[in-house]
Write a protein that binds this ligand. Sequence first.
Ligand SMILES: O=C(O)C(=O)CO
Length: 442
Amino acid sequence: MIADRDRLATSDARETALACVEAGIEAGHPRTVVREAVSLEGETLRVADATYDLEAYAEIVVLGGGNAAAHVAAALEEILGDRIDGGVVVTDDPVETERVTVREGDHPTPSERGVAGTRALLEAAAAAGEDALVLAAITGGGSALMAAPAGDVSLAALQSTTEALLESGADIGEINAVRKHLSALKGGRLARRAAPATVAGVILSDVVGNDPSVLASGPAAPDESTFTDARSVLERYGIDVPEAVRERLERGAAGEIDETPGPADPAFERVSNHVVADGMTVLEAARDAAAERGYEPLVLSSRVRGEAREAATTHVAIAEEIRATGTPIEPPAAVLSGGETTVTVRGDGAGGPNQEFATSAALSLAASGTDAAVAAVDTDGIDGATDAAGALVDGATVEDPDAARAALADNDVCPYLESGNGLVLTGPTGTNLNDLRVLVVQ
Ligand SMILES: O=C(O)C(=O)CO
């Protein structure tokens, strides 16, 4: 899965960090987690802890989107075979399916083809009858991939708003509060389109806390955020948006446009959202891989967030403590965390949160002389808007601390890491369960 693995795995600590990354991503792949969470016995379909009597439904369709949505659709087809009548998913990681139509879109910036695919998805949702069972394959990346600009908002306006939001340092709940109010699908509007069909969300969570209304901007979840919240996010982060976006949010806040459907909306009477995998799925597998290699594992949290470079300093401090005093665990040890850090972009370069985390960690490791390797990856294989999943570093990565600091200052760590042989390249992994960080302390 990791390109040029041998070149990267130059020490036992680095090898172990890569093994943890691979084990975590593999454990979170839909072919694994969907098979665990979904099963068919006779006419009873189990999705997580819910059961559906298939005799009650005239058709079964798979609808959704996200980086891993086609893999979810393929896994559902394996389980349900020709019981699936059709469906549409929009993704940037296509895979062959027999019955569900896979439409390609783009991530992290929405595109024309994504809009076209999403139109087909909305049409399929509207066509689902009262006696249909909709399996909603929803995964991270869905917000950009399932692009359906609402009202007078153009695709170009949605693209520039998306880019400004992603660079602002706002968290995913804040970003998606805005996106939900610019969309014909997000914020529960897909479920409203499909109602009164029964909807069972099969969700891979890449958001801290697994809130289905935030995940992929909650196409099938009631939304409690408001137009006013969306305006506050833009104000809080000083985000400039095109006129049509500003006007829509203003009109919505003034009550001139319908709010996204909330929990009391009848559209959700037959909807249940099931999270079948999340960041902890990845962390548990990575923890086991570390233990198998003789490293004492310590899972810190699946909920780490905040500015990537600062989170790195804290993580390295924990590694330093382990090395210096054996607290809270004795080396050799592997410290693991998940969640999603952010980058407040001030410069004009290439990189992503995991690459900034790794660069900042490498600087701290070099400064303290700590013998540790650090891997930080986005489990979908795409960190920021680069081709790298993230990076693998140690204290030796930073030969020139000033150059590393300059790369961070310009948010241009991707070329810096590339020149130091630090980038981890996987290509699209088929899943998306947030970030994984592994610190292996010798
Ligand atoms: O909203 C999205 O698309 C995300 O990746 C978070 O789920």
